[in-house]
Design a protein around this ligand. Structure first.
Ligand code: ATP
Ligand code: MG
Length: 276
């Protein structure tokens, strides 16, 4: 789609895909090109409750500037009096989280392919100085070939974090030790999160899961990683996880080093697709 001003009447609205905290998502087709997109409709009134306008605008601009195969594209955005419309890349296979719940845990090949896709996306984001993300299975979508797309990051992640702080119900499972302690942090928090996700892809649950938040908090600080005997997971995969879940943030493998790790080299599909 060309860089220009967009209006609602340029789209044919199709089926309702789903609803989030701030709005609704529809399948849509740009009339002139026939291009299929996901149209996210955010109600300004809902945002006002959180005093988020300026912030949202800045974050939308950041995401709009990102262009990577593993980052969900935000093609364009426009608004009318009551609503903001985001023209997003359509991820036909939906949430990775649902697939993980259906399959219980992923094969090493599938898990490695997703971890490699995430590492590529992170390397790209870090190069572009885009920090603060909220990467977790719910924010990962799959396109029709099963290629992983980081969605909802930047503005949505911050929006969600903000909303969660107000409701005090967010999960801390994906947060690095320095974050749960409210210390200064940098991009290396994402490398930690990749370790958490790699573990969850292979076992079906995140490593520091506990009955209550405080126990998770303690386990994160102790880096209390336990590798269950079932399902069987290769020593190479455990080696990668152990090199990401490191308390000293400067010692965690960088996205580039993740891509060079033997487990990734041997298992990840270079196309990033996971059609089986
Ligand atoms: P939250 O408000 O916490 O972000 P959410 O992620 O469920 O919750 P939305 O991001 O608004 O809410 O998405 C609503 C639904 O639409 C979800 O089921 C999501 O998977 C789906 N969805 C969102 N964006 C796309 C997209 N680009 N392609 C396909 N499905 C999408
Ligand atoms: Mg969302």
């Amino acid at each position: 789609m060309a860089e220009e001003e967009w209006f609602l009447d340029e789209f044919e609205i199709g089926r309702f895909i789903g609803e989030g905290k701030f709005g609704k998502v529809y399948l849509a087709r740009e009339k002139q090109s026939g291009y299929i997109v996901a149209l996210k409709v955010i109600f300004k009134q809902k945002l006002e409750k959180y005093h988020f306008h300026e912030h949202l605008r800045r974050e939308i601009e950041i995401q709009h500037s990102l262009d990577h195969p593993n980052v969900l594209r935000l093609f364009a955005w426009f608004h009318d009096e009551t609503r903001i419309f985001l023209v997003l890349e359509y991820a036909a296979q939906g949430e990775l989280y649902k697939l993980l719940r259906n399959l219980h845990h992923f094969s090493e090949k599938r898990a490695a392919t997703y971890v490699a896709s995430l590492a590529k996306a992170l390397a790209y984001c870090h190069e572009n100085n885009v920090i603060h993300r909220d990467i977790k299975p719910e924010n990962l979508l799959l396109d029709f070939e099963g290629r992983l797309k980081i969605a909802d990051f930047g503005w949505a992640a911050q929006l969600q974090a903000h909303a969660k702080r107000q409701t005090m119900c967010g999960t801390i499972d994906y947060l690095a030790p320095e974050m749960v302690q409210n210390k200064e942090h940098d991009q290396t928090v994402d490398n930690w999160t990749l370790g958490i996700l790699c573990y969850e892809f292979l076992y079906g649950f995140p490593p520091f899961e506990a009955e209550d938040k405080y126990d998770t908090f303690k386990r994160i600080l102790k880096v209390d990683v336990v590798f269950p005997s079932s399902p069987p997971v290769s020593p190479e995969a455990k080696d990668l996880i152990s090199k990401l879940l490191v308390k000293d943030s400067s010692k965690r493998l960088s996205p580039q080093k993740i891509l060079e790790h033997p487990w990734i080299v041997q298992n990840a599909d270079p196309s990033g697709c996971t059609k089986e």
